[in-house]
Design a protein around this ligand. Structure first.
Ligand code: ATP
Ligand code: MG
Length: 578
């Protein structure tokens, strides 16, 4: 392809609203164009990248025996009521929904569990038909509260979603393991550095799930990893060793102490310097929402542990958990924010505690009265110990649960997510089959997503420098670029044409910068769009020699034109056979 014939426009400046490099570079290079928040046109170069990612995704799914289909983006409410997800997705604010001309509720699919279950239901009768896995590559719609980072978090984006169907839990787990391998192969073939991590299943539900995280400092997800034990989990889901309770003090009666303006552990430490933070128990008031009601819930934790709201939400099987506002705190505790405690909460307020409070004796807690705390409180003596659950937010330096290693927190971009759904959708939507013994039972499902557009953005987060993108060869918009120094120079014209034709003839996608521009502008654009393999056709063309100048840096070499072609062929062949 000749660059002079392409609709190719790069911007002089980077966009002012870009917070991450991938976003800034994609806009500057004309790969994407913002139509509205989180909604983008994929320009021709971007589309080539997306198609390459899709090709790898298709090849690996097909290799594993999955079948591709295409489902509608427009979905009727009824199937979402069957699975009981309409209200949750509406409450989350993520669902694009509206009434059609006949007054029927419809939505634009944020995911397709309901549609696939409906499709399979009409066809599945016998155990003999399973296992099978279906997938599609399609546009998804999610009204993200904070669309940002360009393609990373769009409101309309391209996803691959796959669904497996099995006769029982054991074979479902096998299908899941197979897809896990498919995912490993896909992201390796895309040329990305990534980590699979244990994950929270969120609104999709089911029993087990893992996310594939592209390692990147700019990632939105925090990941707990332990290099000693190999443990890796999204912080939303991660667990660590519950710390042992501190030494108890001498037993004295519980007493109230004035603590003016002391709202945080630090304030309290200043007042009671001898009291270890492990014996300060905080009580956090949450506003919890379920489909049919809303209620405050109080959760206790040790002063040295943070609470993980995702764990609280899961334990309560709620739709939403958020910190209570001042008004609600006052209603529940009778005090201003900062003095909540377990004793004297308004009747009927549910009290829970993180496992870290177990066995803590002689502790400090809020007095449910402004500027007041209780000291020397003992569970069992002064109040019942509330139900304890692991609600802890894992932190840097925590021990792993088995005690064999130390956890560090890193960041990543979630590009894929796989779930063992179990029978959640088949039960609620009545997808049944006749087993070998003739009995009817629900199918066991798994679902598997890859953000195609997010994967492309993640590749740039991993591969760029101050001048532009550096694409991994397998998903680069073009594999190779011929940069011709002087347009109209007969010798250069002829050699570039010959090399271009030879590469295209070998099935290699090559971009030939044959424009009239000066060399500086050409190199600048080449650096920006990041084609990995580059050949400069310049003054040595008369000797059939060219410069070999890979985008990732390294020495520029002067080599024979034929050797340059061989090098490109070899690199592309290697990338394709990976
Ligand atoms: P997140 O936690 O980032 O909001 P999610 O867990 O809601 O994502 P899934 O339902 O697991 O997303 O979707 C499967 C995949 O689709 C994700 O792993 C991600 O790669 C991609 N994806 C999800 N939301 C978006 C979005 N708003 N823009 C681009 N890609 C997305
Ligand atoms: Mg996810």
């Amino acid at each position: 392809m000749k660059l002079s014939q392409m609709f190719f426009v790069t911007l002089r400046e980077e966009p002012s609203d870009a917070e991450v490099r991938s976003h800034a570079l994609m806009v500057k290079a004309g790969f994407i164009h913002k139509l509205a928040a989180g909604i983008y046109v994929y320009g021709p170069l971007m589309w080539r990248v997306l198609r390459k990612v899709e090709t790898i995704v298709r090849e690996e799914h097909d290799r594993a025996g999955c079948q591709e289909l295409l489902m509608p983006a427009l979905q009727p409410r009824e199937i979402w009521d069957e699975s009981d997800r309409w209200d949750r997705y509406v409450a989350d604010g993520i669902l694009y929904h509206f009434q059609d001309g006949r007054g029927r509720d419809v939505c634009l699919g944020p995911t397709h569990e309901e549609v696939i279950t409906d499709f399979v239901k009409a066809r599945l009768t016998s155990y003999k038909q399973m296992p099978f896995t279906l997938y599609q590559i399609q546009t998804k719609f999610r009204d993200e509260i904070r669309p940002r980072f360009g393609l990373m978090r769009g409101r309309e984006f391209v996803m691959k979603d796959a669904y497996s169907f099995d006769v029982d839990a054991e074979t479902m787990a096998k299908s899941y393991q197979m897809m896990r391998e498919v995912y490993r192969r896909i992201f390796s073939r895309c040329g990305l550095r990534f980590t699979p991590v244990e994950a929270d299943a969120g609104a999709i539900g089911g029993s087990g799930s893992e996310e594939f995280m592209v390692d990147a400092d700019t990632g939105e997800d925090a990941i707990a990893v332990c290099h000693d034990t190999g443990y890796a989990a999204n912080v939303e889901k991660a667990v660590s060793r519950i710390p042992a309770p501190p030494e108890p003090p001498a037993e004295v009666a519980m007493h109230k102490e004035p603590t003016p303006n002391a709202k945080s552990c630090d304030d309290l430490l200043a007042l009671f310097p001898d009291l270890p933070v492990e014996r300060m128990l905080k009580t956090v008031i949450y506003k919890v929402t379920w489909a049919d009601r809303e209620a405050p819930v109080a959760v206790m934790a040790r002063g040295d542990r943070e609470l993980n709201e995702v764990k609280v939400l899961n334990h309560l099987d709620a739709l939403n958990v958020e910190l209570a506002d001042e008004k609600l705190v006052k209603e529940v505790t009778g005090a201003e924010v900062g003095f909540a405690g377990p004793i004297g909460l308004k009747d009927g307020v549910r009290l829970l505690a993180d496992a870290s409070v177990e066995g803590v004796k002689g502790f400090l807690c809020g007095g449910n009265e402004t500027d007041t705390h209780y000291l020397d409180v003992w569970f069992g003596r002064d109040l019942e110990q509330p139900e304890t659950v692991d609600f802890g937010l894992v932190q840097e330096g925590d021990q792993t649960v088995d005690g064999n290693g130390t956890i560090t927190i890193t960041r990543g971009i979630e590009v894929g997510h796989i779930f063992q759904l179990g029978t959640k959708y088949s039960e609620s939507m009545n997808l049944r089959f006749a087993a070998e013994d003739g009995k009817l039972g629900p199918a066991w499902m798994g679902c598997y997503g890859i953000g195609i557009s997010r994967t492309a953005a993640a590749a740039i987060e991993q591969g760029h420098d101050e001048n532009g993108m550096i694409w991994p060869l397998p998903i680069a918009p073009y594999s190779a670029m011929l940069i011709q120094m002087r347009h109209g120079d007969e010798v250069q014209d002829a050699l570039a044409q010959e090399m271009h034709d030879a590469l295209e003839g070998a099935g290699i996608d090559v971009l030939w910068d044959d424009r009239k521009q000066g060399a500086g502008a050409k190199f600048k654009d080449a650096d920006l769009i990041g084609v990995p393999l580059r050949i400069v056709v310049g003054r040595d063309a008369k000797d059939r020699r060219v410069e070999w100048k890979p985008r990732s840096g390294g020495e520029t070499e002067v080599i024979g034109a034929d050797e340059a072609i061989e090098r490109v062929k070899a690199a592309v062949a290697e990338a394709r056979s990976a």
